[in-house]
Design a protein around this ligand. Structure first.
Ligand code: CUA
Length: 152
């Protein structure tokens, strides 16, 4: 093996250090923030829109976008819930945006995008499509309605 000159060695060391710092920061961010969006393998079952209750404070929403609506279009959950959204599209590329919650995903046929949102304030959260998808784009929306069960 050829001998390395010292400046080459230095560059390799620095590159290695920067790379490991980069990998470490990604792992650290993932560990700290478990609601980073994920991409899951596609399955036809995701094309069936539904809300699934796992327990009192944990829900799964299987959201399906299509021209020009989201299903389910009204999602009722109690205050303090964690909601996993699984998002896909039946046709073209749509957006899936909940601006109050910083959710900004795309709905793509053949892809499942997942994110988890904690709802700690009661109210109505609008889901809008922010990806131009044709004449009905502007009207394409749905709502998450967060109820406070202690407030009747
Ligand atoms: Cu769907 Cu724009």
């Amino acid at each position: 093996m050829a001998t390395m000159d010292p400046s080459e060695k230095k560059i390799l060391l620095i590159t290695g250090a920067v790379l490991s710092l980069f990998i470490f920061s990604i792992l650290y961010a993932r560990g700290k923030n478990n609601d980073l969006p994920e991409c899951l393998p596609f399955d036809k079952a995701y094309l069936d829109p539904k809300v699934k209750k796992l327990d009192e404070k944990t829900y799964q929403v299987f959201a399906v976008a299509q021209m020009w609506q989201f299903q389910p279009s009204e999602i009722y959950i109690p205050l303090g819930s964690d909601v996993d959204f699984f998002i896909t599209s039946k046709d073209v590329v749509h957006g899936f945006n909940i601006s109050e919650k910083n959710v900004n995903l795309t709905a793509v046929y053949g892809n499942i995008n997942k994110t988890t949102v904690h709802f700690d304030k009661p109210g109505v959260y609008n889901i809008t499509c922010h990806e131009y998808c044709g004449v009905g784009h502007q009207a394409m929306q749905a709502q998450v309605i967060v109820n406070d069960p202690s407030f009747k």
